[in-house]
Write a protein that binds this ligand. Structure first.
Ligand code: AMP
Length: 191
């Protein structure tokens, strides 16, 4: 199975690239942000708990998101050729839990791809997205908070995967197809 973590700061293009990867490699896309927004829309207890964290730009608690992610993995494992994990893991604790859970399921994470985009460009993209996304967290104050949290909590996940020799970085600036080409080269050369 090909199980890829797509990592990078908010606004780096993870969602856009995931959609293209689904098409080319037949992988199942699991976005923890999308899973949480679906919970919020349904008005579930989990969704209600998550909404405050999300609208303030904070991460939801590890235990909550690990449970949501693994439930989705178990739901789709039988039919999927593999997974693209988008927005997970966002802390080293989540990464450790993910590695352990996949091992217990006789599966493994293939590698992490880090889509690199500089801060000013991320802010420009997210503000633009905020004009139409309707997301409670696409405003300047919350965007800055999310970028700070990315540096503090999520960037160490990259180091964790470097330590496992499962880390690849690509340049996230350019045309969508161009960036997709860079990601595809990493995947194809790993086969
Ligand atoms: P995203 O759509 O990936 O930008 O996620 C939107 C928001 O959902 C984040 O800012 C967090 O509040 C929350 N979230 C998504 N994934 C995670 C995760 N793996 N751990 C903690 N919080 C998450």
């Amino acid at each position: 199975m090909l199980n890829i973590i797509l990592c990078g700061a908010p606004g780096c293009g993870k969602g856009t690239q995931s959609a293209l990867l689904v098409e080319k490699y037949g992988l199942k896309h699991l976005s923890t942000g999308d899973l949480l927004r679906a919970e919020m829309q349904s008005g579930s207890e989990v969704g209600q708990k998550a909404s405050e964290f999300i609208s303030q730009g904070n991460l939801v608690p590890d235990a909550m998101i690990i449970e949501i992610l693994l439930k989705a993995v178990d739901t789709y494992s039988k039919d999927a050729a593999g997974f693209i994990l988008d927005g997970f893991p966002r802390t080293v604790e989540q990464a450790i839990a993910l590695e352990k859970a996949f091992e217990e399921r006789n599966n493994k994470i293939s590698f992490l791809i880090d889509i690199q985009v500089e801060r000013e460009e991320l802010i420009t993209r997210l503000l633009k997205r905020g004009e139409t996304s309707g997301r409670s967290d696409d405003n300047l104050e919350t965007i800055k908070k999310r970028l700070e949290i990315y540096e503090e909590k999520t960037a160490p996940v990259n180091d964790f995967y470097k330590g496992l020799n499962k880390y690849f970085a690509i340049d996230g600036i350019g045309q969508i197809e161009e960036i997709f080409g860079r990601i595809s080269s990493v995947i194809d050369s790993s086969k």
